[in-house]
Design a protein around this ligand. Sequence first.
Ligand code: GN1
Ligand code: MG
Length: 365
Amino acid sequence: MDEKNQLKEIVFQFIESNDNVEIKPLGKGHINDSYKVDAGENEYVLQRVNHHIFKNVPELQNNIHRVTSHIRAKLTEQGVADVDRRVLTLVPTHEGILYYKDAAGDYWRLMDFITESKSYDEITPELAYRAGKAFGDFQSTLADLPGEPLHETIPDFHNMETRLATFREAVKADKAGRLNEVADLVKEIEDRAEEMCKAERLHREGKLPKRINHCDTKVNNVLFDEEDQVLCVVDLDTVMPGYVLSDFGDFIRTGANTGAEDDKNLDNVSVDLDIFKAYAKGYLENAASFLTDIEIENLAFGAKLLTYMQTVRFFTDYIDGDAYYKIAYPEHNLVRTKAQFKLLQSLEDNFDEMQRIVGNILSKN
Ligand code: GN1
Ligand code: MG
């Protein structure tokens, strides 16, 4: 069977067979494979969940089900119009299960496609402000999620101490023989290691709580409608307990970068403080009421931390011989590493100003 027909067979585990189904690749995720499914009247997103990375797909799907049901119930209660475009909807299989495991052992899921929506890799301050409000709202909506804590779909996902331990093992093993050419960068990582483990220390001291976080607040994980109003937040694989500074920082890392995540021209890469300011304003409007002083004091640090963490993660993968992230060319992970490191340097240069911006927003509230 060719790939197209294989994909159709999978889709028909979830919906009735239909001769008019068309399937096309979608998006630019680094981990899962996504497809857009046109099935006559209905449109869906089909995804192969990377089970080498997300080791417990049933638990992961259960997380998404709990989170989306909770958000949906609140939206409905508030009388919000168009709820189906405001939160993701998982489509179960004919057996009523939230994923399908094929004969090869791959895991698949189907979701309703959110119609007339768009996402951006580059945004304006106004859109960053709206996205900030959306992520503040996301955290506050999930603050009272009933039941057990969410499953950690990737254990220690944003734990900097663990990430550094993995990095150091990769350096030691030098599996791909690439270490010689990157020794300077290894030193830059080590020079900052202690500072960057601050969140873990604060947590151990009982000063920094874990809350339900999105943990992948990339700018293109926010969907906007035709009028550029936020519809919803997508990519819920990593929703789990974490520090709010992670979610704040990952948006700044992606949304406030004047260049691309994998820019080859480092002159393009720096922090856009107008985007930082707008996002912080939107986020604090919806989140300041539940954040502690320590969380607020560390938001700008979160931008540095998540950029440093992403530098370490791309770098680890490069040293390891590209086992984790999808790459488009052999040096891709090194290019990503250098671009993220350049952004980190710009965040360091602008750190005092970012702290002042956060302080000013609060004094006006
Ligand atoms: C991965 O696949 P995507 O783009 O949703 C990664 C994030 C990284 C991001 C870097 C599970 O996300 O943590 O920040 O790439 N997701 C996982 O762009 O590792
Ligand atoms: Mg993701």
